[in-house]
Write a protein that binds this ligand. Structure first.
Ligand SMILES: Nc1nc2c(ncn2[C@@H]2O[C@H](COP(=O)(O)OP(=O)(O)O)[C@@H](O)[C@H]2O)c(=O)[nH]1
Ligand SMILES: [Mg+2]
Length: 303
């Protein structure tokens, strides 16, 4: 029997927990069972009480105090501790059946996705160990990043880095779409959904100065470390262009749009996740429910 899960990731404040809540609500509305796992040891309040909460294993506050660590170091410690105590996850998850969608709500520290091999090890355990969960990663990036193009490409690079590191089915999501509604033309938005490196050149906030012209004409060596180039913004521009080109060349990242307040939008994102984990293929045809069916038959006969 397979199990099914989604790992909700992304930078702090990207809307991960809000998306988890909207997803649980949507699943409940559609009579689908779900199992909520909170892996953010700093999360305090929940709209739906988690079935597993990492805080029952280890508290970030205690770690920071006892080990004299900051919030980021403390979080890494919590995850290392979780990896040494995987039964905390394995035991309850073994009981979860294939009808359930297991939702993992992750912390936002970017180090976790890009710097250390903790998450790949955790994912390996969940996907390839005895649990054998069909998993999909959902990486959220705030849509307001598209207003600041260098920020958007930096965020996209972190999404790509997570994709390369985790080697699992992946959907990338631009969250909080309600906040950019009416601020970006549809045609432009399309170019963010499939990131296009030319967006860096067309950035309205980037004004190439004399130095950039000299560089393009080959009149300066374009040393990115020279004070002149740094101060003129030329070095920053070239860095962004290189990052954007790298993302464009890999052609791996594209985004789905999400407005967590809009149930259709949540449903659309869920259908991509379902496809990625092949949820529906594994479901047994269900016995028709008596209460619903009788009503339909009775009303049909009444007509
Ligand atoms: N306008 C808007 N705000 C949102 C949306 N999703 C989340 N937020 C807000 O963004 C903030 C961070 O959300 P949260 O889900 O806690 O982010 P997390 O740190 O990624 O778990 C909260 O104040 C949310 O109310 C959304 O779709 N639209
Ligand atoms: Mg959260």
């Amino acid at each position: 029997m397979s199990k099914f899960g989604v790992l909700v990731m992304g930078p702090a404040g990207a809307g991960k927990s809000t998306f988890c809540t909207a997803l649980i609500q949507h699943l409940q509305n559609n009579k689908r069972p779900c199992y909520y796992v909170n892996l953010d040891p700093a999360a305090e309040e929940f709209a739906f009480e988690p079935d597993i909460d990492i805080k029952d294993l280890i508290s970030l506050e205690d770690v920071m105090e006892e080990m004299s660590l900051g919030p980021n170091g403390g979080l890494i410690y919590c995850f290392e501790f979780l990896l040494e105590n995987l039964d905390f996850l394995t035991d309850p998850l073994e009981e979860v059946t294939d009808e359930y969608l297991i939702i993992f709500d992750m912390p936002g520290q970017i180090e976790l996705y890009t710097h250390v091999p903790i998450l790949p090890n955790l994912v390996k355990h969940l996907m390839r160990g005895s649990l054998n969960i069909n998993m999909c990663a959902a990486y959220l990036l705030e849509s307001t990043f598209i207003i600041d193009r260098p920020k958007f490409f930096a965020g996209t690079l972190s999404a790509m880095s997570a994709m390369l590191m985790l080697e699992m089915p992946h959907v990338n999501i631009l969250s909080k779409m309600d906040l950019v509604k009416g601020r970006v033309a549809k045609r432009d938005l399309k170019r963010f959904l499939n990131p296009d490196a030319d967006l860096v050149d067309e950035d309205p906030s980037w004004r190439p100065g004399k130095d950039q012209e000299e560089l393009e004409e080959g009149r300066t060596d374009g040393d990115p470390a020279s004070t002149k180039n740094v101060m003129a913004g030329t070095s920053f521009y070239r860095l962004n262009k290189a990052v954007a080109q790298l993302i464009d060349d890999f052609s791996m990242v594209s985004f789905l749009k999400l407005d967590a307040q809009d149930e259709d939008s949540v449903g659309a994102v869920l259908s991509y996740i379902d496809d990625a984990i092949q949820y529906h293929e594994a479901q047994e045809p269900k016995e028709p429910r008596d209460d619903i069916d009788t009503n339909i038959i009775e009303s049909a006969m009444g007509d």
